[in-house]
Structure formats: C-alpha cells, structure tokens
Design a protein around this ligand. Structure first.
Ligand code: PEP
Ligand code: MN
Length: 333
C-alpha cells in the first residue's frame, strides 16, 4: 500500500502513521509525502487519520521502492564525469577484462575518443569455466582506475563476491552486478549497504519482475543509486546470437521503474558484427545509455573476444548512435 499524504501534513502525523504500521509488524518506507507499507493491502483509518490522506494506492508491486507509483520522478545518478538517467545518454566502453596496464590505458583512450565517459573492465571475472581467465584482481582494479583518471573517466567494474565489496568500492564509481549474480542476495544486500551506484544486469533466465525484485534488495538497504542493464536472456534459439536481446524490456522497465535503463548489446549479440544493430535498437527503444566491449586485437582477448568491437568499428558504431539520437531528438522536439 502507498499512502500519498496531503501537502500540509506534518512530520509528526507521518510518524504516527509509521508507528501504527510498525505495530502491525509492517515495514514502512517513506519518500517525501509518500509512505509505502509493505505487504499490506487494506487498513482501517479513523476520520482524523483519513483527513491527512490525499490518496491510497493498494495495488502495489512487491518492488515498491523501484516502482514509479512510489517514486514517479526519474532517478538521475551523478558521477564525477557522467550523468546517468533523465534526458542523459551515457556511453560506457572498454574491454571485457582488464588484461594489462598498457592495454587498459590504450582501450581507455579509444573509449574516450568515441565519447564514452565511463570505462569498463572486469578485474574479477565470472567465467563459465573455472579454467578460463579469472581476472587480475586488485592489480586490475588499480590499472583500471589509473587509466580512467588519465582520461577523465569514471569506472564501472564487476563485484562478484560480498567479501570483495570494500575492495572494489575503493576503485569503482559504479559496482556492476553480473547476470550470473543477479539473485545473489547476500551480494545485493552488501552493495545495498554502500552508497555507491550499482549497475544491476538482468539474469540470463530472469523475468522483468525478477530483475526489479533483485533491485529492491539493494534499495531496501538504503542505496537508491541503481541502474538496470538489459543484456539479453537465454531462449530456445542461441544458434546465431549468444543471447536474445529483449528490446521491449527497455520501455517496459521505464514504465515500471524510475531507475535508468541501459543496454549491453555486446553480451546480447556475442558476435561483433551484430553489436551495432542491437545498439541501435536499444537506443531507438529509448535506453539511457549503453555498455559495450572493445578490443584492439579481439582474437587475442582474454575473454569475450568474438563480441569485442575493434576501435574503428566502435567509432563507426558511435557515429551511427549519435546520428540516430539526433534524429530522435528532432522527432521529439
Ligand atoms: C561482463 O560484463 O563482462 C559480463 C560478464 O556480463 P554479464 O554478467 O552480463 O554476462
Ligand atoms: Mn564480457
């Protein structure tokens, strides 16, 4: 249930409502003049209480903090070099993994040249096989941070384990939760205790509601700096693409939630020549930005080489995206 209080309602009156719901053993969440009471759909109110209420919404989803019903305004996340959400379009680019100091510095320059303001690179890699490259760990985080700073960029990198949160938080501007960890509830709770922006990727077999419920684990810990990433899901057909890019998830999520929605065409496509068409589709669907993988020598990449864009292809794609966005702005204007 969400209660919208009348404009003149005092904090003391709101506190009295909160106390009443706490006595019913319900959790109370407030945002300005709105109060959400979890797992409660009906309640009797005295005339005095009713006089403080403007509106009651009873048909609320379990992910109430994520919902537009509770928080109609777009969430806008501000990083030192980037704005994510609202009217902004944010480009994040970099290699799948941080491979060496030299390499990430080179990739940061390329990413920046294409207009990316956030540098990506995994230092802790969630690989399907335990024998595949697992990442450089803290050394990789250091190289990533230095390469980003050198180019005036922010850092997004994956945190795989709750015990690593303090370490990754030392180097990252955005903590990425990978698809394989979308429902790692201890990890979600751990990043929810920080105030560092979190990029939550949709799990391979996760519904849109699963994704929003996962985001609620972060928000209920007090961290509301959340962005969601559609990166493709597993369907029956993965012969030509690594995953099925659910482009409809972008407008659906935007209807349901105030968090920025970004797309990851690289992990959806799995092959480099399909990345640009999917990136265009995500942009046309209204995404707040995208995260793409680049590599100067994809055939030698330590992870995800087949889907990495070479620098010239990346720069060409970025020009297409920018032309598309200009066209969209003209239509909307
Ligand atoms: C990645 O970003 O390199 C990655 C592993 O992504 P995902 O969790 O979406 O597979
Ligand atoms: Mn990758």
């Amino acid at each position: 249930m969400i209660i919208q209080f009348k404009e003149n309602v005092t904090p003391d009156t709101q506190k009295a409502f909160a106390a009443k719901f706490s006595r019913l053993n319900k959790q109370v969440l407030t945002a300005g003049s709105r109060m959400a009471v979890t797992e409660l759909n009906h309640c009797e109110f005295s005339d005095h209480e009713a006089s403080a209420i403007d509106k009651i919404v009873t048909d609320t989803p379990p992910y109430v903090l994520a919902s537009r019903l509770f928080h109609p305004e777009d969430t806008v996340i501000r990083l030192p070099h980037s704005v994510i959400g609202g009217p902004a379009f944010t480009l994040m680019a970099g290699p799948c993994s941080v491979e060496s100091e030299e390499h990430i510095r080179h990739m940061a320059r390329v990413a920046r040249e294409g207009g990316a303001t956030v540098l990506r690179g995994g230092a802790f890699k969630p690989r399907t096989s335990p024998y595949s490259f697992q990442g450089l760990g803290e050394e990789g985080l250091r190289y990533l941070r230095e390469a980003a700073d050198e180019n005036g960029m922010d850092v997004i990198t994956e945190v795989m384990d709750e015990t690593h949160v303090p370490l990754v938080a030392k180097y990252a501007d955005v903590l990425q939760i990978g698809a394989r960890n979308m429902q790692n509830f201890s990890l979600l709770k751990a990043v929810g205790k920080t105030r560092i922006p979190v990029a939550l990727k949709r799990g391979m077999a996760a519904s849109i509601d699963d994704l929003l419920n996962a985001s609620e684990y972060i928000a209920s810990g007090g961290n509301h700096n959340i962005m969601l990433i559609e990166r493709g899901i597993r369907t029956f057909d993965h012969k030509y693409t690594r995953n099925t890019f659910d482009v409809a998830a972008v407008p659906v999520l935007q209807k349901l939630t105030h968090y920025p929605v970004l797309v990851d065409p690289s992990h959806a496509a799995g092959v480099w020549d399909l990345v640009a068409p999917l990136a265009c589709a995500g942009t046309a669907a209204g995404a707040s930005g995208m995260i793409v993988e680049i590599h100067d020598r994809p055939e030698e990449a330590m992870s995800d080489g087949p889907q990495a864009l070479k620098p010239d292809t990346y720069l060409r794609m970025v020009r297409r995206i920018s032309a598309l966005r200009q066209l969209m702005e003209t239509w909307e204007g």
